[in-house]
Design a protein around this ligand. Sequence first.
Ligand SMILES: Nc1nc2c(c(=O)[nH]1)N[C@H]1C(S)=C(S)[C@@H](COP(=O)(O)OP(=O)(O)OC[C@H]3O[C@@H](n4cnc5c(=O)[nH]c(N)nc54)[C@H](O)[C@@H]3O)O[C@H]1N2
Ligand SMILES: Nc1nc2c(c(=O)[nH]1)N[C@H]1C(S)=C(S)[C@@H](COP(=O)(O)OP(=O)(O)OC[C@H]3O[C@@H](n4cnc5c(=O)[nH]c(N)nc54)[C@H](O)[C@@H]3O)O[C@H]1N2
Ligand code: SF4
Ligand SMILES: [Mo]
Length: 703
Amino acid sequence: MTAVGTHCPYCALQCATTLHPVGRPGAVAVQPRDFPTNRGGLCRKGWTAPEVLTVPDRLTRPLVRDAAGELVETSWDEALDFVADRIRVLQAAHGNDAVAVFGGGGLTNEKAYALGKFARVTLRTSNVDYNGRFCMSSAAAATNRAFGVDRGLPFPLEDLGGAGAILLVGSNLAETMPPAVAHLKAARAAGGLIVVDPRRTATAGLAEDGAGVHLQATPGSDLALVLALTHVILQEGLGDTAYLEARTDDPDGLYRSTAAWWPERAERITGVPASTIRQAARVLAAAAPMHGGAGAFILTGRGAEQHSKGTDTVTACINLALALGLPGRLGSGYGCITGQGNGQGGREHGQKADQLPGYRSIADPAARSYIAGVWGVEPDELPGPGRSAVELINALGTPDGPRALLVHGSNLVVSAPRLASVRERLAALDLLVVADVVPSETALLADVVFPVTQWAEEEGTMTSLEGRVLRRRAAVPAPGEVRSDLAVFAGLAERLRPSIPFSTDPAEIFEELRAASAGGIADYSGISWSRLDAGEALFWPCPAEDHPGTPRLFADTFGTPDGRARVIAVDHQPVADDLRDDAPLYLVTGRLLQHYQSGAQTRRVAELTEAEPEVFAEIHPRVAAQLGVADGRPVRLATARGSMVLPARVTADVRPDTVFVPFHYGGEGSVNELTNDALDPISRMPEFKVCAVDLTPAWAVVR
Ligand SMILES: Nc1nc2c(c(=O)[nH]1)N[C@H]1C(S)=C(S)[C@@H](COP(=O)(O)OP(=O)(O)OC[C@H]3O[C@@H](n4cnc5c(=O)[nH]c(N)nc54)[C@H](O)[C@@H]3O)O[C@H]1N2
Ligand SMILES: Nc1nc2c(c(=O)[nH]1)N[C@H]1C(S)=C(S)[C@@H](COP(=O)(O)OP(=O)(O)OC[C@H]3O[C@@H](n4cnc5c(=O)[nH]c(N)nc54)[C@H](O)[C@@H]3O)O[C@H]1N2
Ligand code: SF4
Ligand SMILES: [Mo]
């Protein structure tokens, strides 16, 4: 085979790459390709991604657990027969909802679409959700209610390049999407980069070095901070009143809901000096279009979103953007930085508990009847909304809950919150089926494991953080008996409901997805593989073959019924599991440059594991001195849900009241043993980012 143009397997930046087969079976070399988001750059994960194709423990044959409890190799037919029989028996005894499906934001659009259809049509279960609930859901909920549309960035990433100010709330872009840092250059140079993070991250460093501002706020206090920024802008007469009148439904509501948030009050909650809050607000306002500035952006990452108040925090950020007149203005706006490779497309095609393809609502009768028509079933047959990810996990094996779970594209025994309970729920199942490329921690618990293709072995499409649809292309054949996730859905459909067959050809599935999305919010009907292969840059909505796609949304109107953005009044709320005498520090979690998510892939790459081999806890030197803990020495972290022992990394980059632990490690290195599964009431997002923790030197632990 010759060189193939595709995109990185990991994050939503979807850096463009060229793959060259290198002789060894299944192996490729990677080169970055010029592309608007990565401009010829790749991060270390992207450079080393080919290694995952040929890892020694790659899954190459289906596995089934034998009588002795060992996972042993079997054939596809036997594995599919076994799973289909078990599903049949469990559904006959306990109803259709006895089987649940858990998807992933890394799956291609075709896989995500087929997964949702398989759950609704073959299994006829309402129990389907995915790991995007851990990732995107708060921003999605907030943008849906304010704008009526959820597209992470409603503008191309390149638009950041001209901005005079960029406010990053809880995003560590320099480590989580390093090539994207190039787009911050102008704002940095103008002293307009403002970063809100309880740690002095590489991204916060970019702000400080560029004469910008690092707001090192108390974890969980973003909502108060953003309310105060908005307060300053409105009270100092810096708001865009004409825009608010013309383009929002309730300017007065915006004034009322922020009137009491003077900076001195926010200082008490956030720890950020009132003068710094005022300064940041003025920097933002100066860049806003109404003041003749170069443009301003407000962007949120998981640091702002993964909270029990995440939806309201994002809403406050949107309100701030509205106050400045940013959304829909060329060169300005609000955006959420989507995380997973197909985090955007993965949330549009129906793997979400409440959703049908095209970003349609499963509760909407018109949507149900349209999709039922595409699928060739009766609308009444389609199940209703199901449980969200954490609620689904918590219900597994309970009297009313699912008895079987099929997992495609998530390593949830590392990445879900409050792991002791996750393990208990998985153990209570009658059947756990995991499709993966490697024996992940979750796959190792399964009754049946299906070995599936990964990025460089398959064709399909991904939708990047910009809402741009990209082609994933195969460069090498899959090893052994590896097949696509699509073969799992098709094989089970053939056994369980042969009257509605599933294709294993991604191109064919994309054609059906186009039809299913037609007329929906995320309308892909005008996007074809041939247009993409011809190099067209197509952003959804793209409702016709001759439609150019929509790089920028909201220029004239929002997606709400009256076309105006909704101002939703929000107020600060405390952390769900807040500080107390026996847990006096905040535990915050997040990412390292070198590892991806649960680490299932990157912990198998030598260069990356050598760089960051094990979990650690970042603690402030003052705390270390008080406890008598030296750098590298073991500490014990204990929360209401669990405890772990891990080495301390002593650094002044973290707030003294905060401990940071990355979540990329399995087994005893999983910080999710400690995290809180308190949910945001609207998005059902768990509070991964903050909970109270007790920190002690590990040798003081009495066992
Ligand atoms: N290297 C790497 N890159 C990735 C990924 C990966 O696993 N590794 N995953 C991809 C995915 S799926 C995602 S979702 C994105 C996530 O990308 P980011 O959102 O940038 O990543 P995080 O590290 O989870 O969180 C960002 C920051 O939030 C801070 N934080 C914690 N609590 C708070 C808080 O209460 N308020 C504020 N303001 N900040 C807080 C943390 O200190 C952290 O620096 O990254 C994508 N890119
Ligand atoms: N404490 C804490 N926990 C967190 C977070 C945090 O910030 N803090 N962040 C959360 C976020 S934002 C996210 S996105 C989640 C992610 O966490 P997970 O859902 O665990 O995501 P991954 O580790 O990417 O797992 C993907 C799995 O699918 C496999 N895989 C890759 N491609 C395919 C494919 O095409 N098909 C199939 N079947 N499998 C495939 C990979 O090998 C891997 O085992 O973690 C969440 N958990
Ligand atoms: S930034 Fe994201 S898409 Fe780009 S190389 Fe790194 S992991 Fe891959
Ligand atoms: Mo994510």
